[in-house]
Design a protein around this ligand. Structure first.
Ligand code: MN
Length: 219
């Protein structure tokens, strides 16, 4: 895998998840701006071993499409076509969330960083070349925990698709080769506990498995 530059994440990109989090239903005529946040590049976990993070009693899973950029964007705002040309690969990841800390930050109008951008908060699959993934709009995401389906969603239901999101990011940041974008989660987010096993899939393309391990340093 190409060295990771930045991890951009999109919030509230499926209407059913926005509703379960208490946000107003998305109005397709006036969708406003997407919600963005970042995770550190070293939050990625590729071996599936995720220590339960400190500081929370409510670790939540969010299964998401991940796209990888293969070249640097020019300066300035991208067109949709130029944005699509940047995308080299795709995979599936978990935007792990300390939901209790995120909820407290939301309630107090504070940044989401401590709820979202923590160690091992971005377990993900290997990335697959876009040419091998086919039309993403026809694909689905699934997350199973201990063999039971927790989340399932269709990428055609994204409020902002991949080119839309890259165009919006290009208004705020210069996109680079090695950037990853976690594209947002469908409904069904919920808790993970030590010992839980998960399997996340971009169905028909790639999947990965892992487990929540005891807190780092507890062994
Ligand atoms: Mn998310």
């Amino acid at each position: 895998m190409r060295p990771v530059h930045r991890i951009y994440c999109v919030g509230r990109n499926f209407a059913d998840h926005a509703r379960e989090m208490g946000a107003a239903p998305a109005d397709p005529e006036a969708r406003g701006r997407p919600v963005f946040f970042l995770k550190p590049a070293d939050a990625i976990v590729l071996d599936g071993v995720v220590p339960y993070p400190p500081g929370t009693r409510e670790l939540h899973h969010e299964v998401e499409l991940v796209v990888g950029l293969g070249r640097d964007a020019p300066h300035g705002e991208l067109t949709r076509a130029a944005a699509a040309d940047l995308v080299e690969s795709c995979g599936v990841g978990l935007d792990l969330t300390r939901r209790d800390l995120q909820a407290d930050a939301k309630a107090r109008g504070l940044p989401w960083d401590i709820g979202k951008a923590f160690d091992a908060s971005a377990p993900m699959s290997a990335l697959v070349p876009m040419a091998d993934a086919g039309d993403l709009a026809s694909r689905t995401l699934t997350l199973e925990v201990n063999g039971e389906r927790r989340q399932h969603g269709a990428l055609r239901d994204l409020i902002w698709d991949v080119p839309d999101i890259l165009v919006e990011l290009s208004k705020l940041y210069r996109l680079r080769a090695g950037d990853l974008v976690f594209m947002g989660t469908p409904a069904g987010v919920g808790p993970l506990a030590v010992g839980d096993r998960f399997r996340a899939s971009l169905d028909g393309v790639v999947a990965f498995e892992g487990a929540i391990a005891p807190p780092a340093g507890s062994g």
